[in-house]
Design a protein around this ligand. Structure first.
Ligand code: ATP
Ligand code: MG
Length: 244
């Protein structure tokens, strides 16, 4: 859509990096070298098969960062410290977090403005969500007061099952207007594309999976523009003090 986007893979499992064709077992640089101060972000940054889409990859070494971060001064703000300058060069920066609430995730939550939570429309979907919401409140209060949850993304939806409908209803009941209108359906092309090392938009552009994620991107961009308009409106309503 013509936007400049940076993806940061912060999960030691490196699924995002592998999905984009990076050899995570080679001697390539990763976010780990940035966190440990050994490399500059621009030396780790990689271009991808999509123009305007860049990646800072992860590798398994990142798993030890969780432990090493414990003893660092300002341990929750290391990523902010090393990456803030680079982030301002992009329209969107997306950080893929590990599925745990450790120091890496805390670092991500300290530097971002918004949180997107993909939730599978499966029985265990809401398991763990209340813990995440508690953590969110604490981080907002102590480390990042501009943080907000701007979207729940229902994923892996199977409209043929009663369970799918029931869980989706529960998610909407719990999160209300925070749930995106776009629902990502179960789609076999989405599960195939990682093994080809390319994003769904290139692997199967006509598939339901590509269509759903395109619709989601449009919804996110529209939401952003609406938020921007509201901010501009608020600013224009501020009365300037009259100088006597
Ligand atoms: N809508 C979908 N339809 C079918 N398969 C999907 C869909 N979304 C994801 N998958 C497949 O499910 C697997 C896990 O997806 P993904 O990596 O997005 O999960 P995750 O929640 O990030 O996992 P983790 O919590 O381990 O990081 C992948 O193999 C992916 O290809
Ligand atoms: Mg993941």
């Amino acid at each position: 859509m013509g936007k400049k986007v940076l993806l940061i893979d912060l999960d030691p499992q490196s699924n995002l990096s592998i999905h984009l064709g990076i050899n995570v077992h080679g001697k390539e640089s990763s976010i780990y070298q940035i966190i440990s101060g050994k490399k500059k972000p621009r030396d780790v940054l990689k271009k991808t098969a999509i123009k305007g889409l860049d990646l800072i990859p992860s590798d398994i070494d990142l798993a030890s960062a969780e432990i090493e971060l414990v003893n660092m001064v300002g341990r929750e703000t290391i990523i902010k410290f090393y990456l803030e300058k680079l982030l301002s060069k992009y329209d969107y920066v997306l950080i893929d977090c590990p599925p745990s609430l450790g120091l890496l995730t805390l670092n991500a939550l300290t530097v971002v403005r918004e949180i997107f939570i993909p939730l599978q429309t499966e029985f265990f979907a809401l398991q763990g969500v209340s813990k995440l919401l508690q953590t969110f409140e604490v981080i907002k209060k102590r480390l990042n007061n501009t943080l907000s949850i701007t979207g729940i993304i229902p994923c892996m939806y199977d409209s043929r099952t009663k369970l799918g409908h029931a869980v989706l209803d529960k998610i909407k009941e719990y999160f209300d207007d925070k749930v995106f209108g776009t629902i990502i359906r179960k789609n076999v092309k989405l599960s195939e594309s990682p093994s080809h090392g390319i994003p769904i938009a290139l692997y199967a552009p006509e598939s339901n999976g590509a269509r759903d994620y395109e619709a989601l991107s449009k919804e996110i961009i529209a939401q952003e523009e609406k938020m921007f308009d509201t901010t501009v409106e608020k600013i224009s309503q501020v009365k300037e003090p009259v100088l006597q």
